[in-house]
Design a protein around this ligand. Structure first.
Ligand SMILES: Cc1ncc(COP(=O)(O)O)c(C=O)c1O
Length: 381
């Protein structure tokens, strides 16, 4: 059986063959504990520190500012909770946006129950946060602003540098969740001016279960995990050497392939968009028309249900839904709701996301499959 064309790179990415090759020795022979002082610890320890340098090089920071985590969710938890608990004497107010990933929103809700106050700034119809809204939400007791670098559903890029400048002016910490941006567009922590930045390996052709958090020196967060002194004493537990090596390699490749990769992704994504627009009417693009991830295409098909389209195309194209329709109700994603996408459009929303392994031939075929499916469903109506 041939596999469906994979257009869900924002969901996760395949492993880059070079990432697999870099990891192989640590699966097959280099099993040592990096903390061991004997011979077996040498290669794993060196590999972890090499990987740290590669992640730091991609982000434009020092290796000592990179903390390895289990992924985007843990990095966000550590950033938001770590900053909140470490600064609770100074203040208990946090600012975030209505379109963050649940790995930020749910942490904020958890903190709200424990006495913190959170302002969820709105977005406009393109999914963009306004720095003026963030400024208006500032309070003397604000300790943290967490605004994502790019949105996972619609791809909209946020004005993070502008918001970080505001944060700095008021001596407030600034975190950004860049899980979706890494490898797709250049991301530099110094240019952004952020204190904390989240990265997730499996959006970057490395395995699932590995990520990193940039923590600007000399910032101290509340410790994430108590135990032995790994990861500069911040996160206890024997290092996930295998995947750390994979993440390092993935970051090295990302640094080498940017900025060309951005243009290649954009060409594939735009061809997909154009192909669908040429044959179908009543399509709406969600997200910012220009300030958007180069690989992301969130489209609403008016009057249709996303799950029905996915069922129709599922054997040939893998994409994801922006809304889930049940027998008597429709659940629209919080992102589309925040962007005020009208219901008759929102419920028929699909997210297509291309990646480094996508070919133009796959895009052309996907256009044919989606066009046929949408026409069939419209004829049934
Ligand atoms: C923007 C964003 N943040 C965080 C995460 C969570 O990352 P992980 O799956 O590595 O925990 C994701 C994953 O979908 C994401 O898209």
């Amino acid at each position: 059986m041939t596999r469906p064309i994979y257009l869900d790179y924002n969901g996760t990415t395949p492993h880059d063959p070079a990432v697999i090759a870099a990891m192989r020795p640590f699966l097959e022979s280099e099993f040592g504990n990096p903390a061991s002082s004997h011979w077996y610890g040498i290669a794993p320890k060196q590999a972890v520190e090499e990987a740290r340098k590669k992640v730091a090089a991609l982000l434009g920071c020092e290796p000592g500012e990179i903390l390895f985590t289990s992924g985007g969710t843990e990095s966000n938890n550590h950033a938001v909770q770590g900053a909140a608990w470490a600064n609770r004497v100074k203040g208990r107010h946090i600012i975030t946006s209505a379109v963050e990933h649940p790995a930020v929103l749910e942490v904020c809700r958890f903190l709200e129950i424990r006495g913190f106050e959170v302002t969820y700034v709105p977005v406009d119809q393109t999914g963009t946060v306004s720095p003026a809204d963030v400024e208006a939400a500032l309070r003397p007791d604000t300790i943290l602003i967490s605004i994502m670098h790019s949105n996972n559903e619609v791809g909209t890029l946020q004005p993070v540098a502008e918001i970080a400048a505001l944060a700095r002016e008021h001596a407030i910490l600034m975190h950004t969740d860049a899980a979706q941006s890494m490898g797709k567009i250049p991301v530099d922590v110094k240019i952004l001016g952020v204190d904390l930045l989240t990265l997730a390996g499996h959006k970057l052709y490395a395995p699932k279960g590995i990520g990193a958090l940039y923590i600007r020196k000399p910032l101290m967060l509340e410790k994430f995990c108590h135990g032995a002194g790994q990861e500069m004493g911040r996160r206890a537990g024997t290092e996930n050497v295998l995947e750390i090596v994979g993440l390092g390699k993935a970051c090295e490749i990302a640094a080498q392939t940017l900025p060309d990769c951005t243009l290649e992704l954009q060409a594939l994504r735009d061809r997909l968009h154009q192909g669908l627009m040429n044959s179908l009417s009543e399509i709406r693009l969600n997200g910012h028309p220009r300030k958007r991830l180069p690989n992301t295409l969130s489209l609403s098909f008016k009057g249709l249900e996303a799950n029905r389209i996915l069922e129709e195309i599922g054997l040939e194209v893998a994409a994801s839904a922006g809304a889930a329709c049940h027998s008597s109700s429709v659940t629209i994603s919080h992102v589309l709701q925040a962007m005020q996408v009208p219901l008759e459009w929102a419920k028929g929303t699909l997210r297509f996301s291309v990646g480094r392994m996508t070919t133009m031939a796959e895009v052309e075929r996907a256009v044919e499959v989606v066009v046929k499916a949408v026409m069939r469903l419209k004829a049934e109506d």
